[in-house]
Design a protein around this ligand. Structure first.
Ligand SMILES: NC(=O)c1ccc[n+]([C@@H]2O[C@H](COP(=O)([O-])OP(=O)(O)OC[C@H]3O[C@@H](n4cnc5c(N)ncnc54)[C@H](OP(=O)(O)O)[C@@H]3O)[C@@H](O)[C@H]2O)c1
Length: 292
């Protein structure tokens, strides 16, 4: 038993993963570009995550690019049997670090092969098709062509499960006419709750919802309510933000990102934090203030 078991598990395709996972994006250099300042520290974060019981890691070959996956492979291969590595495709990086859509058949196929090679895998457990129609929020538009390519790669045996990222309810429904969608990864946290209805809808049909920016992203969440609740519970504000997500819905899987072992420990410990009713009421107001 590890401490993160307190948060329970949820289905991700045919895998059962712990609800407290880890997001690897912060392991690349500044701006998610190039190598990290301290490669040994990055290796240590990954090894500690898995030693602490984490069996769900989120990544992409466009983090770095390539660098993050290569660090994951160096730190963890041969991989523990229960570890599920989820990756995402549909973007590429310019030489200046810029992010560009990469939605053609050739680019998507190349991205799957890049992930396989750099992670050292024969099959990718879960691949999210990341919509680049919007930046940090869904923008309507058809994803039929790229999703058809990804479904073809799944039929070839290179991909076990498919998810969607940065998408609307309509894009998920349309996507389900092409292939099974096992998870949705959108921006969501205590102060950014545009997906409230979508999360409940996905929970009803057993689909995992994986919020990106669970701590607020590049600028972590700050609010006096979070700080007050945290002080009362002897926790940190970001632990409260993670515990709130775990409480929010059973299908939420957490992938908080950090390049620091100390922050990783703090984040994983949130799995054991129980929020009393009055704290939940106060935290609900944070979302209403943020939305106003
Ligand atoms: N699908 C998509 O489009 C998409 C987009 C963005 C991210 N993602 C995925 O989602 C994961 C999570 O998102 P994210 O990493 O961008 O954002 P996040 O988890 O909301 O926050 C990460 C930020 O919080 C800091 N942090 C983490 N733990 C902390 C702690 N205990 N105390 C203080 N600061 C702390 C990190 O800095 P330190 O490194 O200093 O701890 C980093 O600046 C990523 O790793 C990635 O796998 C997906």
């Amino acid at each position: 038993m590890s401490k993160i078991d307190a948060a329970g598990t949820y289905s991700l395709g045919n895998h059962k993963v712990k609800r407290m996972g880890y997001g690897a994006m912060q392991l690349a250099g500044p701006g998610v570009f190039g190598p990290p300042k301290d490669r040994d520290a990055a290796l240590a974060v990954l090894r500690e995550a898995v030693a602490s019981g984490v069996n769900h890691i989120d990544t992409s070959d466009f983090y770095g690019p390539h660098v993050t996956n290569q660090i994951i492979r160096e730190a963890l291969a041969p991989y523990p049997g229960d570890l599920v590595i989820v990756t995402k495709i549909s973007a590429k990086r310019g030489t200046d670090g810029s992010w560009m859509p990469a939605f053609s058949r050739e680019e998507l196929t190349q991205a799957v092969h890049d992930n396989l090679r750099n992670l050292g895998l024969d099959v990718l457990d879960v691949v999210n098709l990341r919509s680049m129609l919007g930046i940090h929020g869904p923008v309507e538009g058809s994803l039929e062509a790229p999703l058809t390519v990804l479904a073809d790669l799944q039929r070839q045996g290179l991909v076990r499960h498919i998810g969607l990222s940065n998408v609307s309810a309509k894009q998920i429904a349309d996507g389900r006419r092409i292939c099974e969608i096992v998870c949705v990864q959108n921006a969501y946290n205590l102060a950014h709750r545009a997906d409230d209805a979508l999360i409940d809808e996905l929970a009803r049909d057993g689909t995992a919802y994986v919020p990106f920016f669970p701590l607020g992203g590049f600028t972590p969440l700050q609010s006096s309510t979070l700080s007050e609740v945290a002080a009362r519970l002897g926790a940190t504000p970001l632990q409260v933000a993670l515990a709130w997500l775990l409480h929010r819905a059973p299908n939420i899987l957490l992938i908080p990102g950090t390049g620091s072992v100390a922050h990783l420990r703090e984040n994983l410990a949130a799995a054991e934090l129980v929020l009393p009713g009055d704290a939940l009421t106060a935290l609900d107001r944070v979302a209403k203030i943020a939305a106003a």
